[in-house]
Write a protein that binds this ligand. Structure first.
Ligand code: HEM
Length: 225
């Protein structure tokens, strides 16, 4: 137990925790983006998908708990590594040394903090309906939770749509470095592949940004209505 604790609180251990929790959160983001794109298939498709998720408590609650634990660990470890990197130079996890002191790597903590604010707002907006209680009463012709109309109503306000585009833009920015750093942790970013991995990370970040942003943009442009 003592040696396990020593490992997870060491720079290498924290880097591993960042990598594992980052991978879980990344997987969620990919699945969520694919789920959201069903809005382009129409009301029935996305409401059916949402109903499947909501009615499978044995899938929903373990996923929520795992995600919450990963978010907390990712934030605490990220904060701890940021402070460590600032106070000591030359430790094992020096992001600047590992992948170059790009603007993205230097602002990971700031982009991560704004993404957290975005996620809190997003859950209050679409999941709990705290900001718009009328959303929770929306039902479709089958009596299902009408996620399609919630999305239309949520993005009827162009400011809310703009905030989502900004939030997912920052997420893409954050992930472009996160994916590179993860490959570094796993020892995959070898010299011969480094440029290829860096380009792949940027392409993945753009795909996620465009996939997520397409939904509010399509509602504002009335492509989805
Ligand atoms: C434009 C982009 C997005 C749209 C349109 C969107 C849409 C939605 C909708 C409609 C729900 C509620 C589903 C339901 O009640 O069944 C939801 C839940 C959620 N979304 Fe998003 N989302 C977007 C981006 C994101 C991003 C970027 C993240 C994370 C980084 C995220 C994380 C979550 C979480 C954690 C939940 C709560 C899941 C739960 O516990 O039920 N979303 N989203």
């Amino acid at each position: 137990m003592n040696s396990f604790w020593k490992l997870v609180t060491s720079s290498v251990g924290k880097k591993l925790v960042m990598g594992i929790t980052g991978t879980v959160l990344f997987a969620f983001v990919v699945v969520h983006m694919i789920g959201n794109l069903q809005v382009f298939l129409g009301r029935d498709a996305i409401n059916h998908y949402a109903e499947f998720l909501q009615t499978n408590a044995e899938l929903l609650w373990p996923t929520r708990i795992i995600l919450a634990v990963c978010v907390v660990l990712h934030i605490f470890t990220g904060a701890s590594l940021t402070l460590e990197n600032r106070s000591k130079r030359g430790v094992a996890y020096d992001v600047k040394k590992i992948v170059g002191a790009s603007l993205v790597s230097r602002t990971m903590f700031i982009s991560g903090s704004i993404i957290l604010c975005f996620i809190v707002y997003h859950i209050l907006h679409f999941t709990t309906g705290t900001t718009n209680p009328e959303f929770m009463a929306l039902k479709d012709a089958h009596g299902r939770h009408d996620v399609y109309r919630i999305i239309l109503a949520g993005f009827a306000n162009p400011w809310a749509a703009g905030f989502y585009v900004l939030g997912v833009g920052l997420l893409g920015f954050h992930l472009s470095h996160g994916v590179r750093a993860l490959c570094e942790t796993l020892g995959l970013r070898l010299e011969n592949y480094a440029a290829c991995i860096d380009r792949t990370a940027i392409v993945v970040a753009w795909i996620l940004f465009l996939g997520f942003a397409s939904v509010p943009v399509a509602v504002v442009l009335q492509v989805v209505r």
